[in-house]
Write a protein that binds this ligand. Structure first.
Ligand SMILES: Nc1nc2c(ncn2[C@@H]2O[C@H](COP(=O)(O)OP(=O)(O)OP(=O)(O)O)[C@@H](O)[C@H]2O)c(=O)[nH]1
Ligand SMILES: [Mg+2]
Length: 633
């Protein structure tokens, strides 16, 4: 069974509601005020089942909209999720202002199919009907309702004339129109929120994609509140699930009617993010005034509505009839995804001026205008693989995680995986850990890492390498891509990573011969001295290299902990201090305490060395001073 949503459109009083009733038996005017005034104020709903020529059952949900120019806002809340339109034109009035406005809206929303109905056919003679038909044909020519491919059917809701023909045409068009994807991630824009005795909070909407089942957890956008689906109704009947293209009512736990409103959207939890900025492809109606940079407009998308500021990329204004890329900066956040259609209305006086499609609902804040433009051009082409590659590439070496990819595209994870699987062998994308990164960005990162290392070695010839942490801070790459870059470079023998230290292969410490010799001399001098160390300045004085060089070598030895400085004057070789620790440990088995005299006897050093050494041992928590003696810990 196929489910589609048909919207009505047309001027006030042209017989939209009467037509829906004649087709379905349901009066879509549900408000008392509507019945009293005989006009539609808010959207109303009805449903019908038809059989296609091949016997398939077709389930049609109707969204009946108001024609009054003051209620176009409400009309917009209903028309966003429709698959087909019934353009209603009264035979006694022909084309009127809201015929044009509603039709423009349908075109801007990219409604692809529909039927034109000449209502009130019983009120005019056949000649008038023919004249009106010709007018309407002219009006529709070249549009998605071009008379060559879409029927124009005269009907009388009063007498029933033409209704069977209309039903036949409906069955045909409904069978042809592609079904919405019930496998996709579900999104339900809310159009009504109310309480029902015995049920509690109920919301309704046209399910634009996916499937919602009883007991599903959902997130409310833009608020982020979590709710649970206690019950599902489709076209007024209890159901286990609702699928895309169905009028859906949900009984929700976790929210009261005060927490919910028309314009909000339900989607699975922790999947999407609301946004206040969208990059779009915007078309301005020929009838509109030029749209200037920074103009404020009313933005309508599905059931939501907010004020937005228009930002243009490459011009100061969009001329009437023109199409251009733009960024819409919204006052209120909402959940939008690429491909979502929207309508713009002038700030004041409020008239429909244009609309278009969302290309990117997650624009990067620091992207250059040119880069943004070429990115948007690519997205506008609509090739899914290219789109995914561009989205990965624009993240540079930060990469794009799979969950980010889902949030940005609205595609299911498995769909993205498939597209990645197709893209990876082309060599354009790499998968490292949980992120996708473009091969070019990884090459760039590797070059950056080696250049940074090269620079480091030049400036620090006596240092073995840079710490990973420092290197990562310089190249500003997240953990996963950074580690991957190091791994690739190490595999390619470009760098060496030992523990936390990274250096270029074959570089590390570069010493001239006499430096290396001096380093050995210093090391030997201290290693052979044990605790009876010579004065550092004496050792340095005996070297072949100048004092500054010598000082650097000492710094290096201290950094690598070959030498240990325990006071301004005294430097020891690490092995001597390790021996000392061993001696202290052995001494402890004889006595828990040691005084300065005992220490001098144990080590054979003079008082001049004994005091700083004991203080060093205190600092190292080998000993603890108690009066004149030390407790060995
Ligand atoms: N004679 C005749 N009257 C009709 C026909 N269709 C509708 N009407 C009458 O026209 C009036 C307006 O019809 P509605 O169906 O309320 O018009 P609408 O387009 O829904 O109006 P809005 O929702 O307010 O835009 C009502 O009094 C209907 O009875 C028709 O086919 N023949
Ligand atoms: Mg009506």
């Amino acid at each position: 069974m196929k489910s589609v949503i048909i919207g009505t459109a047309g001027h006030i009083d042209h017989g939209k509601t009467a037509l829906v009733k004649a087709l379905t038996g349901i009066d879509a005017d549900r408000l008392e005020e509507e019945k009293r005034r005989g006009i539609t104020i808010d959207i109303g709903f009805a449903h019908l089942e038809l059989a296609a020529a091949n016997g398939e059952k077709l389930r049609i949900g109707f969204v009946d909209v108001p024609g009054h120019e003051r209620f176009v806002r409400n009309m917009l809340a209903g028309i966003g999720g429709i698959d087909l339109v019934l353009l209603v034109i009264a035979a006694d009035e022909s084309i009127k202002p809201q015929t044009r406005e509603h039709f423009d809206i349908c075109r801007l929303l990219s409604v692809r199919r529909g039927i034109t109905v000449l209502t009130k056919a019983d009120t005019v003679d056949s000649e008038t009907l023919e004249v009106v038909r010709l007018e309407v044909e002219d009006f529709l020519r070249g549009s998605f309702l071009d008379p060559a491919q879409s029927p124009i059917i005269p009907v009388s809701s009063l007498t029933g004339a033409g209704l069977d023909e209309l039903k036949g045409a409906l069955a045909e068009v409904v069978a042809e129109v592609p079904a919405r994807d019930s496998e996709a991630i579900p999104r339900l824009p809310l159009d009504r929120v109310f309480t029902m005795k015995g049920f509690g909070t109920v919301v309704t909407g046209t399910l634009i994609s996916g499937t919602i089942r009883k007991e599903d957890e959902m997130e409310v956008f833009p608020d982020g509140r979590q709710v649970r689906v206690r019950g599902v109704q489709v076209h007024g009947q209890p159901a286990d699930k609702a699928i895309a293209g169905q009028r859906t009512a949900l009984n929700l736990a976790g929210a009261s009617i005060e927490d919910l409103a028309r314009g909000m959207m339900l989607a699975p939890p922790d999947t999407f993010q609301s946004t206040k900025r969208v990059d779009v492809l915007l078309s301005l109606l020929p009838s509109a005034k030029p749209l200037k940079e920074r103009a404020r407009v009313h933005l309508h998308a599905y059931t939501s509505e907010t004020v937005a500021e228009v930002r243009l990329f490459d011009r100061n204004q969009i001329a009437p009839g023109e199409t251009a890329f733009a960024q819409l900066r919204m006052e209120e956040p909402s959940l939008l995804l690429p491909g979502d259609r929207f309508i713009l209305r002038q700030f004041s006086p409020v008239v429909t001026i244009g609309g278009g499609a969302v290309l990117d609902a997650a624009p990067l804040p620091r992207m250059k205008r040119d880069a943004s433009q070429s990115f948007l051009k690519l997205l506008a082409n609509g090739d899914p693989e290219q789109t995914l590659l561009a989205r990965i590439a624009r993240r540079g070496h930060d990469g794009l995680s799979l969950s980010q990819a889902v949030a940005e595209t609205g595609w299911r994870r498995s769909v993205i995986e498939q597209r990645v699987v197709r893209a990876v062998p082309q060599g354009e994308v790499l998968r490292v850990g949980g992120i996708l990164i473009s091969t070019a960005a990884m090459e760039g990162l590797k070059t950056f890492v080696t250049a940074t290392l090269d620079n480091f070695h030049k400036r620090n010839p006596l240092v073995a390498g840079i710490s990973k942490k420092e290197l990562q801070e310089i190249v500003r790459a997240p953990e996963e891509s950074f580690e991957a870059a190091l791994r690739f470079l190490a595999q390619g023998k470009k760098i060496e990573v030992s523990g936390e230290i990274v250096h270029l292969a074959g570089r590390g410490v570069v010493m001239k011969d006499e430096e290396a010799e001096s380093k050995r001399t210093i090391e030997d001098a201290f290693a052979s001295a044990g605790l009876q160390v010579p004065a550092l300045h004496q050792v340095i004085a005996g070297l072949k290299v100048d004092k500054a060089r010598a000082q650097k070598i000492v710094t290096l030895l201290l950094r690598d902990k070959v030498l240990v400085k325990i006071s301004d004057e005294l430097v020891f070789h690490r092995t001597a201090l390790d021996d000392l620790r061993g001696k202290m440990k052995a001494y402890k088995s004889k006595s828990a305490q040691i005084d300065v005299g005992g220490f001098k006897d144990l080590t054979g050093v003079s008082r001049k060395y004994a005091i700083p050494l004991l203080e060093y041992l205190d600092r190292e928590r080998v000993t603890r001073r108690v009066g004149d003696a030390r407790v060995i810990l």
